[in-house]
Design a protein around this ligand. Sequence first.
Ligand code: SER
Length: 352
Amino acid sequence: MKTPENPSSQSGSRRNAAVLITGAGGEVGHGLIRALSAAGHRDIVAIDIRELDAEIRELCMETFVGDICDEALLGRLMATFEVYEIFHLAALLSTRAEFSPETAHDVNVGGTLGLLRLASEQARSHGASVRFVFPSSIAAYGISDLATKAAAGKVREDQFLEPITMYGCNKLYCEHLGRYYARHYRMLAKDRVPDLVDFRSVRFPGLISSDTVPSGGTSDFAPEMIHAAAKGEPYACFVRADAQIPFMTMPDAIEALLALAAAPREQLTQQVYNLGAFAPTAGEIADLVADAFPGARITFAPDTQRQAIVDSWPADVDDTAARRDWGFAPRHDLASAFGEYLLPNIRARYAR
Ligand code: SER
């Protein structure tokens, strides 16, 4: 099967070539659509459960408001576009998912399954494999206790894969589904076509954006703390000051998705890659925020259950494979994340 070549406009068929982005209205979706558009893409098709902002809509060839589990919607996409690449971002994050685990499963797993199937059907119909870029998460990990977490240090992709949240279970299983569709799909069928789906995944750490605040995640304490201080609002942090997980900035996250998508297939030695950039404790973030905003009123009021989720995630990750295979190199460490990205942009944002 041929590899996709990012056709930029009309292909030989009557369907328009398209890069499909689900969850387009979320934090990653916003950044990704801006970046793809800036890189010259005029073939972005975006889906979200809510109407997209006008500014994002303008950057897309077509947008759809709808549920990724809606088979009729996926059928319409199939009929209208020749999809050569999918960034499947739609998901219910870890905190929200715990309030409705079965719904989260439907969206996170059912939605992914439907899109993998769409990818394979698209590849069959236009004869080139479809690149499927999937953000997994540190939530795929589950470490049993704090002593083990401290001893584990930077965890590798194959360690501690016993997530305690529905979201984590969903992400881990979807990694397996991606591997299955990429390598083994319909393995016993006589008319099997290999390599229909080119599945590539990153396990994101917590993400921090200067433009948007996440909703429904458990790593949200870091971005919430920073945005609250910038707005002059008090913030009660829902984890202990010593809680530690890895983070990265949103521009580095977007850059990583694009770099992974662009990497030559033969350079990729695995389907799922850890990513990390810095791994501060909540207390260290609070100190940086207090330095930047001297009036900041940050207190710690741990929520036992959300704390347990953060405690089950690694303190840091080993991302050697991503750096080696496709040149992952985040621009921001903790100091430059604050000094060069978050503070200037957040200050400007709330000064408006
Ligand atoms: N940021 C996500 C969450 O907190 C983790 O992938 O759910």
